[in-house]
Design a protein around this ligand. Structure first.
Ligand SMILES: *Cc1c(COP(=O)(O)O)cnc(C)c1O
Length: 388
């Protein structure tokens, strides 16, 4: 035991020294853009609940009804006896919303990425990832046994070089990227990317985690109009949809293959019916008139914040999104700023390595449709104290 504890101490010491220490904070309540942590209330600029649906009564009501009907736990994996009504309803709604033949729900987006990549690729194949692709796809790619290659962020020329190399390897080739990047809020040129992968006969896996709910017709993301040309689309139900869980959508064959091969689906208890029922209610809201209204508000708010932050001298991404990264640079500096902003009553997370590259630490501000202008004033006043 002593050796084990020494090992832990050494590891933890190294993390601390690198300015990369992380710890959990107990959150006592989250509502309407306010968060209470250890007894103090802050303005919350950190949530991915972009439309403010996580606390919507329709989702709560749907969850309650599902609990009454099915209980809290689903009792087993989907293939044993856990494939309940709410899962099937949700999958049908997702496929319809996203213009796909079929959809399959996983307990998380992380599990969805893992199931998809490991079912589709193996040794002798190549997966080509955007440099900033989410950890769920990186880990899934590694686990698949395929050879991993990385292309420069959103750089299609660099991707083409990788595709040329991959074409010579003789296996299957899959490109994995995001439609809206989680830490930068930017996107690839999707049409050009799709033309490129088609020219090389490669497959595309597109993570729409941060586009869903915010972008595209009915909040359906950036790829619906290109649905027939994207082999695998994944998303999460825990961000703008306001619930939890993840999914893959695509052809019927894709979903059938996952049901037969995806270990993170087969060997995992089905999502709670309450959570899937809430996600179904969330999807209905997102697609409908309420969603349109919320998106209109969201984009107004995004513009407002972009103007304010730009006026203070920060550089902002060319394309608007609900994610606004304020790039600070050093890990220690970002942490210090986060601490000072907390003192001022603002909760904005410092995002550091390994979530982003070293020396690209940032404050990641997110915008929600339910945000008020007064909150932005408080944020801009606090940011005005910093030299950029
Ligand atoms: C959050 C996120 C995921 C994982 O989804 P979960 O449902 O939270 O596991 C996957 N990809 C991206 C880009 C994400 O931001």
């Amino acid at each position: 035991m002593a050796g084990f504890e020494w090992h832990l101490t050494d590891e933890l010491e190294a993390i601390r020294e690198a300015g990369l220490w992380r710890e959990l904070r107990r959150v006592d309540s989250v509502e309407a853009n306010r968060i209470t942590i250890e007894g103090r209330e802050y303005l919350n600029f950190s949530s991915n609940d972009y439309l403010g649906l996580a606390g919507h009564p329709a989702l709560g009501q749907a969850a309650k009804e599902a609990v009454e009907k099915f209980g809290v736990g689903s009792g087993a994996s989907r293939l044993v006896c856990g494939s309940l009504g709410p899962h099937h309803e949700l999958e049908a709604a997702l496929a319809d919303w996203l213009g796909a033949e079929s959809a399959l729900v996983f307990s998380s987006g992380f599990a969805a990425a893992q199931g998809a990549l490991t079912s589709l690729l193996g040794q002798g194949d190549v997966v080509i990832l955007d440099k900033k692709a989410h950890a769920s796809m990186i880990d899934a790619a590694k686990l698949s046994g395929a050879t991993l290659r990385v292309f420069r962020h959103n750089d299609l020329e660099n991707l083409e070089q990788r595709l040329q190399w991959a074409a010579e390897q003789g296996g299957r080739v899959l490109v994995a990227t995001e439609s809206i990047f989680s830490m930068d809020g930017d996107s690839p040129d999707l049409t050009a990317l799709i033309e490129l992968k088609e020219r090389y006969g490669a497959w595309l896996m597109l993570d729409e985690a941060h586009a869903l709910g915010c972008h595209g017709e009915g909040g359906s993301g950036l790829a619906k109009r290109l649905a027939k040309r994207v082999e695998i689309r994944m998303g999460t139900l825990g961000k703008a949809v306001g619930a939890a869980g993840g999914f893959i959508c695509g052809s019927r064959g894709l979903v059938e293959l996952l049901v037969n091969k995806a270990r993170s689906f087969i060997f995992s208890t089905a999502p709670s019916p309450a959570v899937s029922a809430a996600a179904f209610a969330g999807v209905k809201l997102v697609r409908g008139e309420k969603g349109e209204l919320l998106r209109e508000q969201l984009w107004q708010r995004v513009e407002e914040l972009r103007r304010g932050v730009e006026a203070l001298g920060w550089s902002i991404p060319a394309e608007p999104s609900a994610i606004l990264p304020l790039i600070v640079g050093g890990e220690a500096k970002a942490l210090a700023m986060m601490g000072q902003l907390r003192e001022a009553g603002l909760f904005i997370p410092a995002i550091r390595y390994p979530t982003v590259a070293r020396n690209e630490a940032r404050l990641r501000v997110t915008v929600s449709a339910s945000r008020s202008s007064d909150d932005f004033q408080a944020l801009l006043e606090a940011l005005a104290r910093y030299e950029i």
